[in-house]
Unconditional design. Sequence first.
Length: 293
Amino acid sequence: KYPSQRSQLVQTGRRIGRILKALGIETKIDLPGVGENLLEQPHHTLVYNGNLEESTNAFYAYITAENLFGERLAAVEASSRARIPEFARASVEASGDGALNATVIEKLFTIQHDIMFKKNATIAEILIIIAVGLQFSDYWILFPFSRGSVHLSSKEDIDKPLFDPRLMLADFDVQTTVAAGRLAKRFWQSEPVAAYVGGQVLPDAVTLPDDATDAQWETWARNNAVPNAHPVGTASMMSRELGGVVDPELKVYGTANVRIVDASVMPIQTSGHLTSTIYALAERLSDIIKDTA
């Protein structure tokens, strides 16, 4: 199943217990991490008129923290690290009912921050698309500090779950998104590309002019973020004490033979697309099952 529908497989925990009770479903196992710790990347799009008469293949740019922040890198790294407890508290408060543990989220955020600033990982992605008459930049940050949730809406498998990604909950996600947006916009303003670019279509030049302030960028980013369809984390492979749902063999805690193998078991995002990692998970689980059969 798509990771955001994982809550239809197993739902437990204090908050989740109330959800199940209201739906007339008996709680079997206490796993409050199920459906929580949802990480989804906020997606944005810039659109311009173009004067090319042919389309090209899409191409991607993977952006590091140094690419985004330049000479401000050290200051941004220090200030964002100091705010990790604040980001963790915001996610916990938004989840409600003690569904998330601030200490656990803070640990995850610290690991994520180290990946972003100490491992030279790519932290944003820009997709360039050139079509006849139009040119696009789709862009998104890869390591959000906002956490959402997904839970059952009914007892029926076919019903969509309650999906709340809480995009842009953390101010640093907004700051990073703005930096990525400015970089994407600068590409279209630079020669020789600029010679093939017409007027700005989305957002219009009044909403986001060439000399837009940080406040204008932030407002537009918050109001126009959409899910990137890269959700992970809602059945995380972590220790049960930390809110994990599956063990290192991808077996759901408290069960004899229920395993999960999809992006929901990943406790943090990756600095790229998820597909290859999910294939690796499937191959690994295949080996585990064969070894224990």
